[in-house]
Design a protein around this ligand. Structure first.
Ligand code: NDP
Length: 450
């Protein structure tokens, strides 16, 4: 816990940690929010009297279930499934499903907690949730993934619905998995409804949904750069990850005249000093989405540097857009980044910077966009997918992209409203936490003891 914690924050955290043991990521996410809210709650005691912090950190419902499935060799396998229904004060629970061997209850609670604030910031009527499984799709055949998804949905279907809880994709859950999950839901419930987002375009999906998180993060970073009269044009950009978010981040940075020199996966990173051109990006998409290969193959194909077991933060760049996973930039890496001239960090992933790294970014006064603001474009377009499903209409690519840009602009404005300090510095962490909190807290107060 940071040395700047007040007595109030420390006492609250001690109680939360005793009540939720062995969930370090959840503690980390809550701690960041309560630190941001400290003064705000002193100035607005009605939230304290209503015990909003105690309520907002307690999930409305946690569902854990067995997911049995049979592999291609006919052997029985068992994974654990989860859905955290965190908060429904401003709309149905909404948030992705993560399939990754690292998934556990604490990680999903951190993600569901972050989602509550993020969804509130989007201006759309969505509550917060998150779910997933410790199932690892890597190395599994399409049939194995399908059998797993069908088994997962055979339990999950009873807890979700278009007006109750609307899951989406996250790490390890892309178009293929959403398809299998949706097919099984429809068979069981016998309804064609917008119960999942990230659907295929010809069966209820929205244009720009796959692009939304990456594009949205670049739009958010662009808003931050604007405050200094800067832009992406001519800038060198470090990106981590090589999945959905990373790929469309590269696409949009290229559109805006920047040059992305790194990508990574959990095995290592590549460094391409000439930049990942649109043509090379096509190869990355094929490699990751069709061939389900490793990023090392990029280095083999284009003859560039590959660094096994490392993250890309030691390379030189003006802007960093972490887009892989939580806690992927530590204090040392943050010091290196800033020392190498990085002026802007905008989080495509959820909580990729450790608290110590964030402290460095803020102390050094660089532009730092926290994930709950910067990567909210994904869930925002999921919200737009829900709206289109309800109307049984499809908007054009331009219409959805325009709305996404407006939403990212509005999130940035909210961050400035709540995060601008007396000296003019914009603390986007405080801005996002307070801005996201107010709407949900007011709704909870209006709804009584919920
Ligand atoms: P993908 O599964 O498409 O890609 C994830 C990428 O991150 C892969 O390159 C993966 O490498 C890497 N990665 C995953 N776990 C680890 C790990 N423990 N250590 C190092 N690298 C890792 O997921 P997304 O692109 O959808 O998600 C990336 C991040 O963005 C996540 O934090 C997610 O929560 C966040 N996010 C995603 C949204 C979306 O719309 N998809 C919305 C908002 C946030 P490998 O293949 O080796 O595992």
């Amino acid at each position: 816990m940071s040395h700047t914690s007040s007595l109030n924050t420390s006492a609250f955290m001690a109680e939360l940690m005793a009540k939720n043991p062995a969930e370090p990521e959840f503690h980390q996410a809550v701690h960041e929010v309560v630190e941001s809210l400290d003064h705000f709650l002193d100035e607005n005691p009605k939230y304290k009297h209503a015990r909003i912090l105690e309520r907002i950190t307690e999930p409305e419902r946690v569902i854990m279930f067995r997911v049995p499935w049979v592999n291609d060799k006919g052997e029985m396998r068992v994974n654990r499934g989860y859905r955290i229904e965190m908060n429904s004060a401003i709309g149905p629970y909404k948030g992705g499903l993560r399939f990754h061997p690292t998934v556990n209850l604490g990680i999903l609670k951190f993600l569901a907690f972050e989602q509550v604030f993020k969804n509130s910031l989007t201006t759309l009527p969505m509550g917060g949730g998150k779910g997933g499984s410790d199932f690892d799709p890597k190395g599994k055949s399409d049939n194995e993934v399908m059998r797993f998804c069908q088994s997962f949905m055979t339990e999950l279907y009873r807890h979700i619905g278009p007006n109750t809880d609307v899951p989406a994709g996250d790490i390890g859950v892309g178009g293929r998995e959403i398809g299998f999950l949706y097919g099984q839901y429809k068979r069981i419930v016998n309804e064609f409804t917008g119960v999942l987002t990230g659907k295929g375009l010809n069966w209820g999906g929205s244009l720009i949904r796959p692009e939304a998180t990456g594009y949205g993060n670049v739009y958010f970073a662009q808003e931050m750069l604007n405050t200094l009269g800067e832009s992406f044009n001519g800038k060198t950009v470090l990106v981590s990850g090589s999945g959905n978010v990373a790929q469309f981040t590269v696409e949009k940075v290229n559109d805006l005249g920047g040059k992305v020199v790194t990508l990574s996966d959990s095995s290592g990173y590549i460094y391409d000093p000439d930049g990942i051109s649109p043509e090379k990006l096509k190869y990355v998409m094929f490699l990751k989405n069709n061939k389900r290969g490793r990023i090392k193959e990029y280095a083999d194909k284009y003859g560039v540097k590959y660094v096994e077991g490392q993250r890309p933060w030691g390379e030189k760049g003006d802007i960093a857009l972490p887009s892989a996973t939580q806690n992927e930039i530590n204090e040392t890496e943050a010091i290196t980044l800033v020392g190498n001239g990085c002026k802007c960090v905008s989080e495509g992933a959820n909580m990729p910077s450790t608290p110590e790294a964030i402290e460095i970014f803020i102390d050094k006064g660089i532009l730092f966009g926290p994930g709950k603001a910067a990567n909210a474009g994904g869930v925002a377009v999921s919200g737009l997918e829900m709206a289109q499903n309800s109307m049984r209409l499809n908007w054009t690519r331009e219409e959805v992209d325009k709305r996404l840009q407006l939403i990212m602009h509005s999130i940035h404005k909210t961050c400035c409203q709540y995060g601008t300090k007396d000296n003019g510095f914009i603390n986007y962490v405080d801005g996002a936490n307070i801005g996201g909190f107010v709407k949900v807290a007011d709704a909870m107060m209006a709804q009584g003891a919920v």
